[in-house]
Ligand binder design. Structure first.
Ligand SMILES: Nc1nc2c(ncn2[C@@H]2O[C@H](COP(=O)(O)OP(=O)(O)OP(=O)(O)O)[C@@H](O)[C@H]2O)c(=O)[nH]1
Ligand SMILES: [Zn+2]
Length: 199
């Protein structure tokens, strides 16, 4: 049996060490952990953090493998505007935005929902945006073995908004391209399609 859990099966088993650590942090901030509003906060915060990092327990390749279908469609498939929420590994503050994914099948297509699912798995780990982009790209490339794969992520980082340089409107774009998307025409077609509003 796979050692990995599906998110649906992920029933957070509270770790007392994490709860106790949050309790110490709150105390060290000068707060009274015994006051009514804070009494359950260490437990809530621990559960929230455990959920937000639950992607370590899930194997994203298994998610893709579970819904691969033989199909002779060899055009570009794009799933765009996939919302994502992750945690920056430097400050443990959220970064959030959108992922756009495309691939060109090579005999197999993948269930569409599985692409947002792997975005969630890799996002629910301590990340930097560059590695998140690369993780998604490589997972699709090595598991599905498509003719090509492209990933673009646009995100805002709370560590640059709430603190530090305090820039509210800057966004960061990262991208990765493999196979056919290394060709400029294919890459441009993808970039044009993700920036257009076809509705
Ligand atoms: N490349 C990259 N950097 C990130 C990401 N998330 C946060 N950072 C940056 O990580 C860097 C950490 O730099 P440090 O100088 O060690 O930390 P700091 O003193 O808190 O930096 P400031 O945010 O500039 O105040 C900062 O420049 C952050 O903007 C990310 O996803 N990718
Ligand atoms: Zn940060």
């Amino acid at each position: 049996m796979s050692p990995y859990k599906k998110f649906e099966e992920y029933n957070i088993d509270l770790k007392d060490e994490i709860k106790d650590s949050y309790s110490s942090i709150i105390k060290d901030l000068g707060e009274d952990v015994t006051r009514d509003g804070l009494l359950k906060t260490p437990e809530r915060a621990a559960k929230a953090m455990m959920y937000l990092t639950s992607g370590y327990d899930v194997d994203p390749a298994e998610i893709l493998k579970g819904a691969m279908f033989k199909e002779d469609y060899r055009e570009m498939v794009i799933v765009k505007d996939i919302e994502l929420y992750s945690l920056c590994e430097h400050h443990l503050l959220p970064f959030f935005g959108k992922a756009h994914i495309a691939y060109i099948p090579n005999g197999s297509i993948v269930g569409l929902s599985k692409l947002p699912r792997i975005v969630d798995v890799f996002s629910r780990r301590l990340q930097v945006q560059e590695r998140l982009t690369h993780d998604i790209l490589e997972c699709i490339n090595t598991t599905l073995k498509p003719e090509g794969v492209a990933v673009v992520i646009e995100a805002s980082h709370m560590c640059m908004m709430m603190r530090g340089v305090q820039k509210q409107n800057s966004t960061t774009t990262t991208s990765g391209f493999r196979g056919q998307f290394e060709k400029i025409e294919t890459r441009n077609e993808f970039l044009k399609l993700i920036s257009s509003d076809l509705s």
